[in-house]
Design a protein around this ligand. Structure first.
Ligand code: IMP
Length: 196
């Protein structure tokens, strides 16, 4: 079964391939020659996930999925949330985003945070969504060289940051890993009944 993944983010592609390889024929936008930027200007993670995926589906009319992720920090009223990518400006610079986050949390006691991923799947015009959440805290400095985005400041229960995990370890615990396993479970159950 072929599924097109509505993202231009190679880090996300790697994480999805970790889970989906051998099960589904996942094609990236680059592989199908799609170079346009997909819109994401909604005010919720669910809305952005749907907008990206629906836009791609309307253009290519093929089964596809997309996802949107945000970091929600309790002491900042859920920010950066949908603004996670552009928190420190339109250049989408992860280092600058983390620096601003650490600055905004300076002196705050509550450093609890969560990553939230929402995957949208569109199969034959029907829309499905799957959520994955990872709870943790924001550290006081950056640690680790793996992962991407806010991983170096996102601290897990065991004291390691997401950037200190291997790709495999990150997939086991992460928001995106949890959401993608729900997607896989759905596809497996749904397709038991569809003999073609
Ligand atoms: P988007 O889902 O591509 O819009 O990502 C929003 C922002 O969250 C970007 O700044 C990403 O770098 C960041 N982000 C998304 N997923 C992760 C993750 O798994 N770890 C750390 N940062 C992430």
């Amino acid at each position: 079964m072929e599924l097109i993944f509505a993202t231009g983010n190679q880090n996300k592609v790697k994480e999805f391939q970790q889970e989906l390889a051998g099960k589904y024929d996942v094609k990236t936008l680059a592989e199908i020659g799609f170079t346009d930027e997909l819109p994401e200007d909604q005010d919720t993670i669910e809305g952005n996930s749907l907008q990206k995926t629906q836009t791609l589906y309307n253009l290519i009319k093929k089964d596809c999925f997309g996802e949107d992720t945000g970091l929600e920090v309790a002491a900042l009223d859920g920010e950066p949330g949908v603004y996670s990518a552009r928190y420190a400006g339109d250049q989408k610079d992860s280092e600058a985003n983390m620096d601003l986050l650490l600055k905004n949390l300076n002196g705050k006691k509550d450093r609890s945070a969560q990553f939230k991923t929402v995957i949208t799947l569109i199969l034959s015009d029907k829309v499905y969504q799957f959520e994955g959440i990872l709870k943790g805290t924001i550290g006081h400095c950056k640690k680790g060289s793996g992962g991407f985005g806010y991983d170096p400041v996102f601290v897990l229960e065991d004291g390691r940051t997401l950037a200190e995990l291997t790709l495999e370890e990150k997939s086991t615990v992460s928001h995106r890993g949890k959401a993608v396993r729900k997607l896989i479970q759905f596809l497996q159950n749904d397709y038991i009944y569809k003999v073609e």
